[in-house]
Design a protein around this ligand. Structure first.
Ligand code: ADP
Length: 310
């Protein structure tokens, strides 16, 4: 399978590195409007391949994306000092206007995997610009927030995160919702699992985990300017679910006809991901407060999109 990555910056290259190391794709092509950057990233990652896999890594132009099954959209512009979030969004919408037509001319059958932030709005924009069915325009959404949530619960309980099933829903951002009510570990509810593992699960601890998930990006940005490894691995996970037609359940963002009281917003809930993209949505049991918070998150995304002069 061929995977394209448009935008060879930190996030795009981290995704490419993860894909190359795991050998998730047979062929990986980087495209960037700075061709020298795409070439350098491709070469650097290609030199890691002999240690790990047989993925063929190269840099090219849009035409080199022909027959790609998945194209990751990680292109974007950095926020200028004093620039509003909406102005930044408009500029990123311009980037997608430039990119998406060219990607689809070269690879009309591709699934688009959106990584550019704010990812939920960019996913909605990509869906509109591409005219593709929403199942084929997938935003990375809260995949990373969900990973952080499982990591923190697992660490507290003393079990591996793979055996924790807990999801972060809604916006990838401040209004996201940690679905505690439906969280399970080792087939047990969290309180039952905590009791059997003889660890406390107090309200204070839940608040600490909540803050840990919600503030993770801010803390990392403070320390190193941006985040890329976590999301790079998350993007690889989505590509793997598509490449192997896994029907994996991942919290990704796609445009839904109606969700949490809004029509046409893209936000994350657990979704089934395979070779045809997203083929189903799952709705975890929510507490009253969680359902209210999810509705507020959906409203915020809807209002932000409406405020954008596209
Ligand atoms: P991030 O941390 O989100 O990866 P970066 O700034 O490191 O952010 O990466 C964004 C990448 O997107 C840059 O390499 C930039 O050159 C690229 N890019 C920006 N605009 C376009 C465009 N119109 N077409 C292709 N690539 C673009």
């Amino acid at each position: 399978m061929k995977v394209g990555i448009v935008g060879a910056g930190m996030v795009g290259s981290a995704a490419g590195y993860a894909i190359a190391l795991r050998g998730t794709a047979a062929q990986l092509v980087f495209v960037d409007h700075r061709p020298e950057l795409a070439r350098a990233q491709a070469e650097d990652i290609a030199h890691a391949v002999p240690f790990a896999s047989t993925t063929l890594v190269s840099a090219g132009d849009y035409t080199d994306l022909d027959s790609a099954a998945v194209v990751i959209l990680a292109a974007g512009v950095a926020q200028k000092p004093a620039e509003s979030r909406l102005d930044l969004l408009s500029r990123n919408a311009e980037v997608f206007r430039d990119v998406i037509g060219r990607v689809l001319t070269a690879a009309p059958e591709a699934i688009l995997l959106v990584a550019t932030n704010p990812v939920d709005i960019m996913t909605r924009i990509a869906t509109e610009l591409s005219g593709l069915p929403p199942a084929r325009v997938i935003g990375s959404g809260t995949i990373l927030d969900t990973a952080r949530f499982r990591h923190l619960i697992g660490r507290h309980l003393g079990i591996a995160p793979q055996f924790v099933h807990a999801y972060v829903l809604g916006e990838h951002g401040d209004s996201e919702v940690l679905a505690w009510q439906s969280a399970r570990a080792g087939g047990l509810s969290l309180p039952d699992c905590a009791a059997q593992m003889r660890v406390a699960l107090t309200d204070g601890l839940r608040a600490e985990i909540d803050a840990g998930v919600r503030n993770a990006a801010y803390t990392i940005i403070e320390g190193k300017g941006a985040t890329w490894y976590g999301i790079g691995a998350g993007l690889e996970r989505i590509v793997r679910a598509i490449a192997r037609n896994e029907q994996a359940i991942l919290t990704v963002s796609v445009v839904a006809p109606e969700i949490a009281g809004q029509s046409g917003v893209a936000l994350s809930v657990p979704r089934i991901v395979g070779a045809r993209g997203v083929t189903g949505d799952l709705f975890p049991d929510l507490s009253g407060a969680e359902a209210t918070a999810l509705a507020a998150s959906a409203r915020l995304l809807s209002d932000t999109f409406a405020a954008l002069a596209l």
